[in-house]
Write a protein of this length. Structure first.
Lengths: 92, 554
């Protein structure tokens, strides 16, 4: 369907610009920061807010895993944007 | 917003917010590499996968206005707020994907107003394009203003500083990367928002003793009916439960939501950025799945706030009419999230405001460049010329949005009225589109007279309600106004069609169902797709799920 974009054949490997890598990196970075916060800054004041649950630590671990999963997904199924036929071999 | 809203943000929280902004700007620069012609800039070169556009589709709508507003409704009305998602969005999104998208995508138009022009000619096109463009600048300004007030209340930055900083960030990533950058940021924003609101909901539930604890405490405070979503008489403003159900299904669920979701170019543009007809149709359908579950992390925190946040508990108990429920979710964030998660929440809220504004502006620059400038001002220039026009339109719209934000700061009520006014353009649009797509006899004159008279009908109902001629509390006015617009539009269109000349059938290929060859409105490779990427089976699953949700949480 992309009649216009096939008129110029620029390279179309998504690479680092693949949105899944960007999402994985940002959420993963948030995860690392939250895990550190959970380990070093789990004070009584914070515990009072969360009702005794070390929220930063556990949410951080979950975000870390999520970020890794997204990076892994884009490694295992890289996007090939051109040509339009590539649609068939890009299963996600 | 008082000082009590001031969040205790520390260095780590600011670090997380800064990381988000850095990534947003990086996306703008990265997207710039891929922008080589105007189709790239305005429609992402029609190359994005459906899961990306599907998430962007709901994310463009999941602005902070929605997050703050819907959690406020949750705090005020309880579970009946779910109707805005399950009745007021999902069915229309499925309808867009299954029935209407083949015409939008198959006719190769670049915008919704362009479809209008090819089907009905100049009159309807001008009404649609101009009202849409003006509304987008206005709504972008309102988004910007809300963003700045929240930054002011939460972080203590002066209003004008946050206005300019936010506008500069949005401007830089859209002028650099065009629609791709806007869409990528919307997808990113979606994940950050979920990363902020899901822990908020879980910790909130933990604090009140789980789901059972929440139910007990809401029931104990004598508000047990707020745990049920039907018949929602408080929400609709109709005292009779039967009328309330009818009002919600036809007013909210049919006219208002179909008008918004199926003709609003901000949304439809996301689906047009995909690589195939199947992906375009799948976009709103894939979007409907997260849309179903978003209320659980938006409405439920509002409900939790009514038993956990002292200010909200007090306001509910005293039935304080002056309390601003828009603060509910912010107060809950203040009380529940530790430093660290607080930064994620701040980044998510700021992202939501910017994404809302970016969506408005990226839709505006397309309509301005293609539908107004190219069509009526300078025709037949090389493609690069319109790309430049698009970039300048973005700059102009952003500056204008700062202007409307300042007006909004001075005259809050005026902005409310104007926003309602532009809401009126949506309801008749749906009537005109659906008639025009399935009735080849409908004439160009009927197109624009139907639109104008439908809009006028909605305004008459609104003015009558404002001046007290008819008594309709709450959302009732909006439902009745939308219904009137729809009916008047259909009646006028049919009447005018019977006395004017239709377009020759040869000009209607791709635009009207009966005149469109099957291969134009279907995807030739559709049979190669697995079931989980075919639009119609996915839509069926979504429909079953949303009905199940309505039954479970009735």
């Amino acid at each position: 369907m992309s009649s216009a974009s096939s008129s110029n054949d620029r390279p179309q490997s998504a690479g680092a610009f693949d949105i899944r890598n960007v999402i994985g990196a940002l959420i993963g970075f948030y995860g690392v920061v939250l895990v550190i916060m959970g380990l070093v800054n789990n004070t009584a004041e914070e515990q009072a807010k969360t009702g005794g649950w070390n929220a930063n630590l556990w949410v951080g671990i979950a975000m870390l895993l999520f970020g890794l999963a997204f990076v892994l997904w884009s490694r295992l199924r890289p996007v090939v944007v051109d040509p339009p036929k590539a649609d068939a071999d890009r299963r996600d | 917003m008082g000082d009590s809203l001031r969040l205790d943000a520390g260095f780590v929280d600011y670090l997380l917010v800064a990381a988000y902004f850095a990534v947003v700007l990086l996306i703008g620069f990265a997207a710039r590499r891929g922008v080589s012609d105007s189709l790239d800039f305005f429609l992402s070169g029609r190359s994005l996968p459906a899961w990306v556009t599907g998430l962007a589709f709901i994310s463009a709508n999941l602005g902070a206005v929605e997050i703050v507003g819907m959690s406020a409704n949750g705090a005020q009305y309880g579970m009946s707020t779910m109707h805005y998602f399950w009745i007021g969005a999902v069915p229309a999104m499925l309808f867009l994907g299954v029935v209407m998208m083949p015409f939008y995508y198959g006719s190769k138009v670049r915008s919704v107003p362009e479809f209008m022009r090819r089907r009905f000619g100049t009159g309807a096109h001008l009404v649609n394009a101009i009202s849409f463009a003006v509304a987008q600048v206005l709504i972008a300004g309102i988004n910007l203003y809300l963003l700045a007030t929240i930054v002011e209340a939460l972080l203590g930055w002066p209003l004008w500083v946050s206005l300019i900083v936010a506008a500069a960030v949005v401007l830089s990533y859209i002028t650099l990367g065009g629609l791709s950058a806007a869409i990528y940021n919307e997808v990113l924003q979606f994940f950050v928002i979920v990363a902020a609101l899901l822990p908020l909901t879980l910790i909130g539930l933990h604090r009140v003793g789980g789901v059972g604890g929440l139910i007990d405490r809401v029931t104990d405070s004598g508000r047990g009916e707020e745990l049920t979503s039907w018949p929602a008489t408080d929400l609709s403003g109709f005292e009779n439960p039967v009328w309330s159900v009818i009002g919600i299904i036809f007013g909210l669920g049919f006219v208002l939501s179909f008008g918004y979701w199926t003709t609003n170019f901000v949304e439809v543009q996301r689906a047009m950025a995909t690589k195939s007809m199947s992906a375009a149709r799948a976009t709103p359908i894939i979007g409907s799945f997260p849309k179903m579950f978003v209320p659980f992390i938006v409405v439920i925190p509002g409900l939790i706030a009514t038993v956990l946040v002292p200010e909200v508990v007090e306001a509910r108990a005293a039935a304080d009419p002056d309390f601003d429920y828009n603060n509910s979710i912010l107060l809950l964030i203040r009380d529940v999230l530790p430093n660290g998660l607080l930064g994620v929440a701040l980044a998510g809220l700021l992202a939501a405001f910017m994404a809302g504004m970016a969506a408005n502006i990226s839709a505006f620059n397309t309509v301005f460049s293609y539908d107004l400038w190219q069509q009526y001002v300078k025709k037949d220039r090389p493609d690069g010329y319109y790309l430049a026009v698009g970039r300048w339109a973005t700059v102009g719209a952003t500056v204008a949005a700062i202007g409307t934000a300042l007006i909004a700061a001075g005259y809050t009520n005026l902005m409310d009225y104007l926003q309602t006014l532009f809401g009126f353009f949506n309801a008749p649009l749906f009537a005109t589109f659906i008639l025009g797509m399935f009735w080849k006899r409908m004439t160009p004159t009927a197109g624009w007279t139907g639109l104008v008279s439908g809009t006028l009908a909605a305004m008459v109902v609104f003015v009558m309600s404002e001046t007290g001629v008819i008594e309709l509390p709450g959302q009732g006015t909006a439902f009745v106004a939308a219904g009137a617009a729809f009916v008047v539009d259909i009646v006028v269109s049919v009447a005018v069609t019977s006395v004017t000349a239709p377009k020759p059938a040869s000009e209607l290929a791709g635009l009207v169902y009966s005149e469109t060859p099957r291969e134009v409105r279907t995807d030739p490779e559709a049979h190669l797709l697995p079931w989980y990427r075919s639009p119609v089976p996915l839509a069926g699953i979504a429909l079953v799920l949303v009905i199940a949700l309505n039954v479970i949480f009735r």
